[in-house]
Design a binder for this molecule. Structure first.
Ligand code: WTA
Length: 668
């Protein structure tokens, strides 16, 4: 735990040390001449976008999407920070992802190769997927779902997840996906906040060879009076017994399966809400990030094509993200289908039934573009390169990374072990490290694989049409060689349009730190070439295995346990997961410190309140917490303890013996 991964160390203002290591990185990997010559996007896009940013995006919107009504204005920024993109236009996301490919004669192209964890497979062509989505749209409408209604989705990584999202988009219902790893309580609060009318779920899924349930969490989430849910549609996936609520619950096969396959898609306003996705912020309550239609689809489709050099007729694309996260929305459910790509979807874990599962999938489907997270790459590094070496990976020609900073060691391993055998180019597959957020909706900083000479560990350059900068405390752009805060200077098409039900919080969270700029919450540095290096969050948001977790949310879960008086949570550097959750708790006077038993109980309690992904790796019972005279917990000092470092400057503590008391209690 004490080993520091560059770029994952900062939750306060970015520190110099991590960057010192990074700035020694001077390896460069230019694209091969062959790759560059065949690339779908060239450097000309940068110049074109610089010349007129809204015009560049308007061109992309018209080229990449079929509008049922053309727009009259690319961008309306008359009421910042509330942007309107492609004003007056009408577009249907599902029509663009499905019907139009069939109409263009590509109905027989494979849209999804599904690989279930137990080894079952299903293939959907564009024609078949279109039919399924039309049936689902009819079924949801027959259950009373109309344009603007919210639909909560609590599904595993199975094709029905994509079908559900597109069916909602087709009828203009707003989906709100809740990751299957969240608890019943987390699901309940999200269903209530969005006032969902319908829930789509499954009996369960498979995890490491065993059935794993989902439906009981839905039942528990709906056990209280006054919720807004009228119907629950249940996909039969693992065949486990489920409790059944007559009148409310409906099997997918009986509703969607029995519905008509005729459904005409109508255009929705470009600014019609497409979905809500809850994400962790700096407070205890998750924020419902709101995305709308035209801009979101345009930037998703453009970046998916440009950053992965997508050739839809020949490529097989695989994004390993779960549909419960933004990556699974933008780069599984929407952009690949808008672009007419063929993609792989895998239900399970990388080590089931053995640690070579992913590489067998790559070989089996001849995956050419792989998009995954650094935490997975570091796990594979730990397992050893002999495992991927057993499979033929020569189909791979582009490798993507997302979710957290990728340290140069992991980057080089990815290149040399996964990308070196690239059959289609003489040199290893280019790596594209993509920085973006739930809020940005689509990729913002990334190399272009046929243009940029890549650097291990750096996301490098803003994409064409995106205005990113690194600024100091006062909002002044920093010179090359310096660090500061990552900001976005101009509105972008896929930007969040707000926080569900809370416009003030939207302004305050993102637009108040630097008034006219979007503050991302990340620290970053510009190197001598002006390339951007991400240094991790500068706020109280943690990043564990690429999952966003809030310190405040876990703290409030801990103090809701009767034995806990106070809690402080920090993200400590972790070799594999980037950061790990470490909690410091003070027990109530009457609670007995039962050692391991209380720690186990508290971990389970957090699992119940938020979900297994939020369980602290370590819980330390301490007599006091370090606080300033104004009562603010000094997390920086706790982070030093958690990372096994000598404790830093503690002179502003109200009680300067606290750190010694903590050290003493941990020695016991
Ligand atoms: C972090 C995931 C470094 C960052 C798409 C951001 C990254 C947060 C990268 C958003 C990257 C994402 N390099 N850091 N390539 N990609 N991050 O909303 O701290 O789940 O603010 O979106 O992940 O996480 P989110």
């Amino acid at each position: 735990m004490s080993q520091q991964t560059p770029g994952t160390t900062a939750t306060q203002a970015p520190q110099g040390d991590a960057f010192e290591n990074l700035s020694q990185e001077n390896r460069r990997f230019a694209p091969s001449a062959e790759f560059a010559a065949n690339a779908v996007v060239t450097a000309a896009d940068y110049a074109e976008a610089d010349a007129d940013r809204p015009a560049f995006w308007a061109k992309q919107a018209r080229e990449l999407l079929s509008w049922s009504k053309d727009f009259t204005q690319a961008l309306d920024w008359s009421n910042p920070p509330f942007a309107k993109w492609f004003v007056g236009g009408e577009v249907n996301a599902a029509y663009n992802a499905l019907d139009r490919h069939v109409e263009a004669g590509n109905g027989d192209r494979v849209a999804i190769y599904f690989e279930g964890e137990p080894g079952d497979t299903r293939t959907y062509t564009y024609a078949q997927l279109t039919e399924e989505v039309k049936k689902a749209a009819n079924a949801f409408e027959s259950l009373g779902v109309a344009k603007g209604d919210r639909v909560a989705v609590y599904l595993p990584m199975i094709p029905e997840a994509v079908i559900t999202l597109l069916a909602c988009a087709r009828i203009g219902a707003i989906h709100s996906v809740v990751f299957g790893g969240f608890s019943a309580e987390a699901l309940r609060s999200r269903i209530d906040d969005a006032e969902a009318k319908l829930v789509v779920t499954a009996d369960g899924t498979y995890r490491r060879g065993k059935p794993s349930a989902l439906k009981p969490a839905v039942d528990e989430a709906l056990a209280h009076d006054g919720h807004t849910v009228q119907n629950v549609v249940v996909v039969k996936r693992n065949g486990q017994d489920v409790d059944w609520h007559e009148g409310r619950d409906h099997w997918w096969a009986d509703t969607v399966g029995a519905a008509s396959a005729e459904h005409t898609a109508v255009g929705h306003d470009s600014e019609h809400p497409l979905f809500i996705l809850y994400t962790s912020g700096t407070t205890g309550k998750p924020k419902g990030i709101l995305h709308t239609t035209g801009g979101y689809l345009t930037q998703g489709a453009y970046t998916h094509k440009a950053v992965f050099d997508l050739h839809p007729e020949t490529d097989v694309y695989w994004c390993t993200a779960d549909v419960g996260w933004i990556t699974g929305h933008s780069y599984v459910a929407y952009a690949p289908l808008i672009n007419g790509a063929t993609q792989v979807m895998y239900e399970g874990t990388p080590d089931s039934p053995h640690q070579g599962r992913w590489w067998e999938i790559v070989e089996k489907y001849k995956v050419s573009i792989l998009y995954t997270a650094p935490t997975a790459i570091r796990t594979f590094m730990k397992w050893g390169k002999e495992i991927p070496a057993k499979s033929d990976l020569s189909s791979i020609r582009v490798l993507g990374s997302v979710g957290e900073p990728i340290n140069p060691e992991a980057w080089m391993w990815y290149r040399e072990v996964i990308g070196a055998d690239s059959g289609r180019t003489a040199i290893p597959a280019p790596i594209v490290d993509t920085w973006w957020q739930t809020e940005t909706g689509a990729q913002m900083i990334a190399p272009l694989p046929g243009v940029t000479a890549t650097k291990p560990g750096s996301a490098q350059v803003p994409l064409p049409g995106i205005a990113v900068d690194v600024v100091d405390e006062l909002g002044e752009s920093v010179p090359n060689g310096s660090g500061g805060y990552l900001v976005i200077r101009e509105p972008w098409p896929a930007m969040l349009r707000g926080i569900w039900g809370d416009p003030e919080r939207f302004k305050e969270t993102y637009w108040s730190r630097f008034e006219t700029m979007y503050f991302a919450g990340d620290g970053a540095k510009k190197d001598e070439d002006g390339d951007i290096w991400l240094l991790g969050r500068v706020d109280d948001v943690m990043n564990v295995s690429g999952h966003r977790l809030s310190t405040a949310e876990i703290e409030s879960a801990l103090v809701s346990h009767p034995a806990v008086a106070e809690a402080a949570v920090v993200g400590a550097a972790d070799e594999t997961t980037g950061q790990a959750v470490v909690a410091f708790v003070i027990l109530r006077g009457d609670a007995v410190d039962t050692g391991d038993a209380i720690v186990q109980e508290l971990r389970n309690h957090v699992g119940k309140e938020i979900g297994p992904i939020a369980k602290p790796k370590t819980i330390l019972v301490v007599p006091e917490l370090p606080k300033t005279r104004s009562g603010k917990i000094m997390r920086r000092l706790l982070k030093d303890v958690a990372e096994g470092r000598e404790v830093g400057d503690a002179t502003t503590l109200a009680d300067n013996t606290v750190m010694a008391q903590i050290a003493h209690s941990l020695k016991k």
